[in-house]
Design a protein around this ligand. Structure first.
Ligand code: PYC
Length: 331
């Protein structure tokens, strides 16, 4: 390309064809979060749950364009900062992924806290975040370490058997940790990073079977996360290892904050974990979240502790002439 044509591409006219969105990228235990800090859609007034309804209805292409290829990838979780209705909260947040929206996100909340601290909008200490499924407390310990006091978590059904085509009967628990999970301990799979392709096929088959057989969470909600458990790689660093299949067919690189919350709720209900005792959940990439549970008003409130690291701060550009400006959508 000659110098003349290079200059031609940067005329003020072509710049005016670009919309801009400011983002900060981080990862929590290997799982990425992209926080939209400026340039997001105006979602009006109301609770974060109401703003999510508007986001879903009127701005779903914004979601897809921020996290999907070619700007993002299937594994990326987005976090749109918005105005909280609850005045005790420092911010509101809506989490989203390659196929839709999340109620809560544990690794994402840690990523949001570290991002807000990076921007100087949060300091060491406690603050609150309004999510579509309730308020969570963030405790920033230092520039990377954060604890999240999650929403009340509980088991909806114990030992439910689903017949999975080509696999056979699989028994698990249905539990809520801010998202819906099907938790399986007895699966015959090797929970090892080398085995993620097979684990993805296996868990996706369970997910499809639950959907096809109409097995749902409370209020008929879709169970869109499948979680397998096994022994940790090293019992001195963790109590258990998991593999979590997320709604858009990407597996969680972290131990999954909401999945760990669902697990802790089941352990407490089974009398296998006492309130206040530590549970160290290792994910499939080896990273570990520390969890505890507190019981209040006959409810279980998990706290998840992990670390996030900033990986980028950038401006996403949306060229109005780009056929894939809103992301690659299957045609
Ligand atoms: O950490 O809660 C979590 C989460 C949900 C989906 C991906 N990560």
């Amino acid at each position: 390309m000659g110098a003349d044509s290079f200059e031609l591409e940067h005329t003020p006219e072509s710049l005016s064809l670009l919309d801009r969105v400011e983002v900060i990228d981080s990862h929590t235990g290997g799982e990425p979060t992209r926080v939209v800090v400026a340039g997001g859609p105006d979602l009006g007034q109301g609770t974060v749950a109401q703003q999510l309804a508007k986001f879903r209805q009127e701005h779903d292409d914004f979601r897809a364009s921020v996290v999907n290829e070619p700007r993002g990838s299937d594994v990326l979780v987005g976090a749109l900062l918005c105005k909280p209705a609850n005045t005790s909260c420092a911010a509101g947040v809506i989490f989203f992924n390659n196929v839709g929206y999340l109620g809560m996100c544990g690794h994402g909340s840690i990523g949001v806290a570290v991002t807000l601290a990076h921007l100087g909008r949060l300091s060491v200490g406690a603050s609150y975040l309004e999510t579509p499924v309730g308020v969570v407390k963030l405790s920033v310990h230092d520039r990377n370490r954060v604890s999240v006091d999650n929403v009340a978590s509980y088991r909806h059904r114990k030992n439910l058997t689903v017949n999975v085509p080509n696999i056979g009967p699989i028994t698990g628990d249905i539990a809520w940790g801010g998202n819906w999970f099907f938790l399986v301990g007895d699966h015959g799979q090797v929970l090892d990073y080398e085995n993620v392709d097979q684990l993805s096929i296996f868990t996706w088959a369970i997910r499809e079977a639950l959907g096809e057989q109409g097995i749902r969470g409370a209020n008929g909600e879709i169970i869109d996360h499948i979680e397998l458990f096994g022994p940790p790689a090293d019992p001195s660093v963790a109590d258990s290892r998991n593999f979590v299949m997320c709604p858009g067919k990407a597996y969680d690189r972290s131990p999954c904050g909401t999945g760990t919350s669902a697990k802790v709720a089941c352990l407490v209900e089974d009398g296998q974990l006492q309130a206040g005792a530590r549970w160290r959940q290792q994910g499939i990439t080896g990273s570990v979240f520390e969890a505890t549970a507190h019981c209040r008003d006959n409810k279980i409130f998990p706290t998840i502790r992990g670390s996030a690291y900033i990986t980028g701060q950038s401006t996403l550009l949306f060229d109005r002439n780009d056929p894939f400006r809103l992301g690659i959508v299957a045609s």
